[in-house]
Write a protein that binds this ligand. Structure first.
Ligand code: PLP
Length: 364
């Protein structure tokens, strides 16, 4: 880590307490590897989105439409939403950061759950606020524990639903109960990055909560089901006052023109989304069954990834090294307080079969 000279420029309080986010490994550039460490799409992007991206190459000299009107209209049409309450961003990460930037400052508290996405504490601390952690039960967020930590200083609650890296979710009823227990001035951020993969009937991404309240925001991404992680594209569905705040502080051209064009093509390609979802549900179930049959404890997941539990942190590390040696790159999750676990993204059929075969060999 760099030395910070006390006589030099000083960042705001809290920033030097942040552990920088460590992305999933990519693996060696030589030999065949399967990157299963960042929950990217196993089936890539819609060919229509790729064509739209390529066509954008002829328009790079001009600024994009800063209001992202065409993309917001396409999202609104696809999901039955009001376009004026959608704000687009360079990944949902940007929107999560902007929300924290707008609503948090020194003296404020924001709550997230124990194994929640690590972008939240970074967003909270970088604005000088205090991150408050609510314990989970069986790797599932606990509404009672979150509500028990609300104080007069609480300004925001971040909930990934489903959560990464656990893959677990709260039902629509539980999320409603969480919202119901929050004071009106606390902003509930529902990060629904994996919503499109969830087939459970009792799940809801949060649209109706956003539409009926002034303190709920839902964030979504093109990085997962749409297979456009490299483009950096996400959106937030907001109460009008929150959309107004985000539009005041975001960069005037925060989403690039190729991302806008590819995003419209992707959101309109419902057949491709259905195929991506079908691939995921087939292989998520297959992986869970095969890995459990090997004796691994697997947290039940509704996302496009699985959390695998080994007997000890050392075993998890050994398994990671063994798999890496076979070109299979998984995600270590010790930064999440899960040193004995590895996270596995659902891959292609070839990758999935290779992971199960390699773990069978490792565990025998
Ligand atoms: C992958 C992921 C995102 C998406 O981030 P982008 O910036 O849109 O790529 C958001 N939240 C969670 C919990 C994720 O796992």
């Amino acid at each position: 880590m760099a030395q910070h000279d006390l006589n030099g420029p000083q960042p705001k309080p809290g920033i030097l307490d942040i552990h920088a986010y460590v992305p999933g490994k990519s693996g060696p550039k030589t030999g065949k590897t399967h990157k299963l460490s960042s929950n990217e799409s196993a089936v890539g992007a819609s060919p229509k989105a790729v064509a739209a991206f390529e066509a954008a190459a002829g328009e790079l000299a001009l600024y994009p439409d800063g209001s992202a009107a065409a993309l917001r209209e396409a999202i609104a049409k696809r999901h039955g939403l009001k376009a004026e309450n959608i704000v687009c961003g360079a990944g949902s990460d940007e929107l999560l950061q902007l929300l924290a930037h707008a609503y948090l400052g020194p003296g404020d508290e924001a709550i997230y759950s124990q194994f929640g996405f690590l972008v939240y504490p970074i967003a909270i601390s970088s604005n000088g606020a205090t991150a408050v952690v609510a314990p989970e039960k069986n790797h599932v967020a606990d509404v009672g524990e979150i509500l028990a930590r609300v104080t007069a200083k609480t300004k925001m609650v971040f909930l990934a639903n489903p959560n990464n890296p656990t893959g677990t979710y709260l039902t629509a009823e539980q999320v409603k109960r969480l919202h119901h227990g929050l004071p009106q001035h606390v902003l509930l951020v529902l990060d629904a990055a994996y919503a499109e993969f969830v087939l459970a009937n009792d799940y809801d991404a949060g649209v109706s909560l956003v539409e009926h309240n002034n303190n709920v925001v839902m964030t979504r991404t093109f990085s997962k089901i749409h297979g456009l992680a490299a483009l950096r594209l996400g959106w937030a569905y907001c109460p009008p006052a929150v959309a107004d705040v985000l539009n005041r502080i975001r960069g005037p051209f925060n989403v690039s023109l190729p991302a806008l064009k590819a995003g419209v093509a992707a959101i309109e390609d419902q057949a491709f989304q259905a195929a991506a979802q079908a691939h995921n549900s087939k292989w998520l179930g297959w992986l869970a069954r095969e890995l459990q049959a090997l004796g691994l404890e697997v947290t039940p997941s509704v996302g496009n990834f699985l959390l695998l539990h080994f007997a000890s942190p050392a075993k998890a590390q050994e398994a990671d090294a063994f798999l890496s040696g076979r070109g299979l790159i998984l995600r270590r999750v010790e930064a999440y307080g899960l040193p004995a676990a590895l996270r596995l993204s659902v891959g292609t059929e070839e990758a999935n079969r290779a992971v199960v075969a390699a773990l069978a060999e490792f565990l025998k």
